[in-house]
Write a protein that binds this ligand. Structure first.
Ligand code: COA
Ligand code: MG
Length: 303
């Protein structure tokens, strides 16, 4: 069985697959992950043509180190199976990940997994195409554990708060968290999704924030997601990309302190102690586990 690849997802930029101009612009950006959209950013009249534009963009633009993903339409539409077939047959090794929106159950993800496996065999692809899944229906949130464990091909769970709000009956004004609801309106959903992701060694990513001119509100949403263990957030506009990549990059001073703390703990162990004082606070193996997460993220980014 192939190992899950370690991909960076500090920011996943959504780019309408109907826009050659925006795809070209996205390819030029230094960003971890781009998904070319066939779903909500593309009008029904443009969906079929967008498949060809996406294949062209994947095959001809220089994407550098950016992970290249395509978001297909959901499995309740007439588009989804041909989205996968046309994009994978057209782009082959130039596609890294398929994003599945509105997954309802583990069997939805398994359907995409099986179709991709058949195509990889037929086309002789050596690199396994990954799957990222959007959790954006109340049914999916209820079954998030089952979805997270559905297939080893799955790499990431994304919380899609726009559709999710509609599904749960939350009003539009509440999405940005500005209506005075006590506490963070997404605390429960972000926790639940991140726990399911971590328990299955998947990445957890936070979805879109529509008010792209409000940098400080966006940064705050990134920070909340990051504190809970999410690895990144969506961008819907270029202005959001560097904000997310900054918030989800480990702070060099914190990484240096983490490495120092690990050394202090190792020295304590060598003296036969399991808990010691470090900068006036108690540290033990649990503190070291927490900061090792930070060091691992820094290592992955070469910091
Ligand atoms: N990807 C790549 N380029 C983008 C972009 C994106 N998501 N959003 C905007 N741009 C480009 C624009 O084309 C424009 O390029 P230019 O300066 O060369 O003309 C530049 O960035 C500045 O854009 P701006 O004029 O501020 O906004 P706009 O009116 O062109 O676009 C949106 C605003 C919201 C329509 C656009 O950002 C968008 O389509 N976002 C993605 C929507 C989406 O994917 N939704 C589904 C997922 S939630
Ligand atoms: Mg959606």
């Amino acid at each position: 069985m192939q190992e899950r690849p370690h991909r960076l997802r500090r920011c996943q930029l959504s780019v309408p697959g109907s826009s050659e101009k925006m795809m070209k612009k996205a390819a030029e950006m230094p960003i971890d992950f781009v998904f070319l959209d066939l779903e909500d950013a593309v009008a029904p009249s443009e969906k079929r043509a967008a498949r060809g534009k996406i294949v062209q963009a994947l095959n001809t633009l220089d994407w550098g180190r950016t992970t290249r993903c395509v978001r297909i339409n959901d499995l309740g539409t007439e588009y989804a199976y041909e989205d996968i077939i046309e994009v994978v047959e057209g782009a082959r090794e130039n596609l890294d990940v398929i994003m599945l929106p509105k997954a309802m159950s583990a069997s939805d993800v398994q359907f995409v997994d099986k179709l991709l496996a058949m195509m990889e065999k037929k086309l002789g692809l050596t690199k396994r195409i990954g799957i990222d899944v959007l959790i954006e229906e109340v049914e999916a949130m209820m079954r998030v554990d089952e979805i997270a464990a559905s297939t080893p091909r799955l790499e990431c769970l994304i919380f899609g708060m726009g559709d999710y709000s509609a599904s749960q009956g939350i009003s539009l004004a509440d999405i940005g968290g500005t209506t005075g609801y006590p506490g963070d309106i997404w605390s429960y959903q972000r926790h639940k999704l991140t726990i399911a992701a971590r328990a299955n060694r998947l990445d957890a990513v936070d979805g879109p924030f529509a008010d792209f001119k409000d940098a400080s509100a966006y940064r705050e949403e990134c920070r909340r997601a990051m504190i809970l263990g999410m690895v990144g957030k969506w961008a819907i506009h270029p202005a959001q990309v560097s904000l997310a990549q900054e918030v989800f990059s480990p702070d060099p001073a914190a990484v240096a302190e983490a490495r120092e703390m690990i050394r202090a703990y190792d020295a304590a162990l060598a003296d036969g102690l399991g808990a010691v004082q470090y900068k006036g606070k108690m540290i033990d193996i649990a503190s070291v586990r927490i900061v090792r997460n930070l060091v691992r993220r820094a290592d992955r980014l070469g910091l």
